[in-house]
Design a protein. Structure first.
Length: 137
């Protein structure tokens, strides 16, 4: 309607798959955090503040510690953002720069997927352990 060209629809499946994978892991992370924290308000605040602000601050602090600079770009939600940016390689250079600034991680899509799924599985195991321990009382 505005005269713009249609996007290259054949290049969208990687981005959609990464986004779907991230959204499939999110309920597991949320349920695990609720089981660990045992307070819905604190869990909601943690799930909002940590990915947006806490992890960026943690990354800045890790860059100050000698030997841990590489970990700053490999934090779980940074890896999750790298997963969601799966199809961004096909974007024009100006749009790619905006995506890189948003992602804030130098991980490839495959590595980001492995890190984020590993984080989700570890958090799910901790949440299940906490829930079972609480249920046993």
């Amino acid at each position: 309607m505005s005269g713009k060209a249609q996007p290259a629809w054949t290049q969208t499946p990687p981005g959609l798959l990464g986004y779907t994978l991230f959204l499939a892991c999110w309920p597991v992370i949320a349920a695990s955090v609720v089981a660990l924290v045992r307070n819905r308000v604190a869990a909601a605040l943690l799930l909002v503040i940590w990915p947006l602000l806490g992890e960026r601050l943690a990354g800045l602090l890790l860059q100050l510690v000698p030997g841990l600079e590489a970990l700053a770009g490999r934090l779980p939600f940074g890896a999750g953002r790298a997963v969601m940016a799966a199809g961004a390689d096909a974007l024009p250079e100006a749009d790619r720069a905006a995506v890189d600034a948003f992602v804030g991680s130098d991980l490839s899509t495959g590595t980001g997927t492995a890190v984020f799924i590993g984080f989700t599985v570890a958090l799910a195991a901790l949440g299940a352990w906490s829930y079972i321990k609480k249920d046993a009382r």
